[in-house]
Design a protein around this ligand. Structure first.
Ligand code: GLU
Length: 493
């Protein structure tokens, strides 16, 4: 069976930091478009001018690129269905709103804010859900034209059918049936000439020939409106998918602003812009996000190509997904282990250089195999491996004291180790390990007393990659100088 190429879109509003929810829609959109040989579109829904936050549009561009979800059309790259910013499409909405007024599916409404507020208060007193009272619903077209010509302010409202039901079909949720009497005459065009989200999105999805609308489940409530608008135009409906809700890590309740702050205090984030800084990889984030709403086996490790291969909207699930940052760690660590040495070297280098360390690529390529298995996030390379790129290390003096020994005894052990290493022609693993092991045997000390002490002296820290490989990379001169320094510190204690 041949699959029709899908045109998908992610349509974020630039009203705050680009969120994981946007990443998830974008990912599924991208997968579906790639899988079917179609296109993935980025549209910026910026008609709510009061809520627009400068800089967040750029954050969306950067975030999607960082994730590797390059869109085929968008505000910064153009495309044949542009413009892709809604504030640049005012005439299109105006034109289409006139069509709906013309065919009797919409009407101009002159009700003032005061009147609407009064109606609302009365409805609330009567314990009714606030809804438009229909004052202008059957306004005479001649009167409307006169009032518009007189410069009166007006909105355009959708004339929602009053009887019967609306059946809206969601691909993963099935038919959603709503009594039309429950639906409101929603505003399509505001009095400032800008469309509401509902109208702009519906018009654009048609104009941009979008075949599949994937979006958050917060739009389920107004889904019947969108379906009615499409039908009022006589347009073909896209396939609609309302994705699952994100829950708090505990699984109890929807993700809130407080959870975001809490995540930040634990070194996590729900914002795409923070992921790189925190040491997460696009592969890890995509894999994690993919499985929040896609019913494949939980710990399935996939890169984008593998996801494209396996993706189907039939496998998307409406069940809520708890944000589980431990799983993000898991996927991130798993992908890090799959990177080639060169690839991983290129990815961790910036974490060292931004700390002001001078990183030689030769050394870095030797370091990577020792670090790879230890990294959960890329910035873990700093705690495990900064010492490779430092001239000196400054261990905490008390860490230099071997367990069960005092400072003087520890200095003597370090002195002996120094002599042994000095006697070797090089600091290779093969040369150094046997004589040091022999020393452990003959001294009656335990391995940890000798090697733990040596590790702290040469790396400055108690935990490091395997000691002998590590010393080999640090090099003979530096190792000897660091041990000498440790002896001095111990002797002064
Ligand atoms: N602008 C809407 C949002 O940011 C997009 C909803 C949709 O995809 O239709 O939530």
């Amino acid at each position: 069976m041949s699959i029709k190429p899908a045109r998908t879109r992610v349509a974020p509003s630039p009203t705050g930091h680009a969120h994981l929810a946007t990443a998830r829609v974008a990912l599924y959109d991208y997968l579906l478009a790639k899988k079917t040989g179609g296109q993935f579109v980025l549209r910026i829904e910026d008609t709510d001018l009061k809520r627009t936050v400068p800089g967040t549009e750029q954050e969306i561009f950067d975030g999607l690129r960082w994730l590797g979800l390059q869109y085929d059309e968008g505000p910064d790259i153009g495309g044949k269905f542009g413009p892709y910013r809604q504030t640049e499409r005012r005439e299109i909405y105006m034109h289409h709103s006139k069509t709906l007024v013309g065919n009797g599916s919409a009407y101009p409404c002159f009700c003032t804010a005061d009147h609407l507020e009064k109606v609302k208060q009365e409805q609330m007193k009567r314990k009714e859900n606030p809804h438009y009272d229909g004052t202008c619903r059957n306004i005479d077209p001649g009167e409307a034209a006169r009032r518009i010509a007189n410069g009166e302010k007006y909105t355009i409202r959708f004339k929602m059918p009053k009887e019967g039901v609306t059946i809206a079909h969601d691909h993963v949720r099935g038919d959603i049936v709503t009594e039309n009497a429950q639906l409101n005459d929603y505003i399509l065009m505001k009095s400032d000439g800008l469309p509401t989200y509902h109208f702009a999105a519906t018009v654009d999805d048609h104009e941009m020939q979008i075949t599949h609308v994937l979006r958050g489940s917060e739009w389920l409530g107004t889904f019947p409106l969108h379906v009615n608008i499409v039908r009022a135009f006589g347009w073909e409906e896209p396939v609609w998918v309302h994705l699952s809700v994100f829950l708090k890590p505990s699984g109890k309740g929807k993700l809130s602003k407080r959870d975001t702050t809490l995540a930040a205090s634990e070194g996590y984030s729900v914002f795409i812009k923070d992921m790189n800084e925190l040491g997460f990889t696009p592969e890890g984030v995509n894999n994690w996000v993919a499985l929040m709403g896609w019913g494949v086996a939980e710990d399935d490790v996939m890169n984008l190509d593998q996801m494209i291969e396996r993706f189907s909207i039939d496998h998307l699930t409406p069940s809520p997904a708890a944000i589980n940052f431990q799983k993000l760690d898991h996927f991130n660590a798993t992908h890090i282990r799959l990177f080639t040495t060169e690839d991983l070297a290129g990815r961790i280098k910036p974490y060292f250089t931004r700390e002001g360390l001078n990183v030689s690529d030769d050394v870095l390529l030797k370091v990577v195999p020792l670090l790879r298995e230890r990294l959960v996030t890329l910035d873990d390379c700093l705690s495990f491996g900064s010492f490779f790129f430092k001239d000196d290390v400054t261990p905490a003096p008390e860490d230099l004291i071997a367990k069960g020994l005092d400072a003087k005894q520890s200095a003597a052990v370090a002195q002996r180790v120094y002599q042994i290493l000095l006697a070797q022609p090089d600091i290779s693993h093969e040369r150094c390990e046997p004589p040091l092991r022999a020393y452990v045997e003959e001294s009656g000390l335990n391995a940890n007393q000798v090697f733990g002490n040596l590790r702290v002296a040469t790396t400055g820290q108690k935990v490091s990659p395997p000691l002998f490989e590590t010393m080999e990379i640090i090099g003979r001169e530096k190792c000897l100088a660091r041990i000498k320094n440790a002896i001095e510190v111990l002797e002064k204690m």
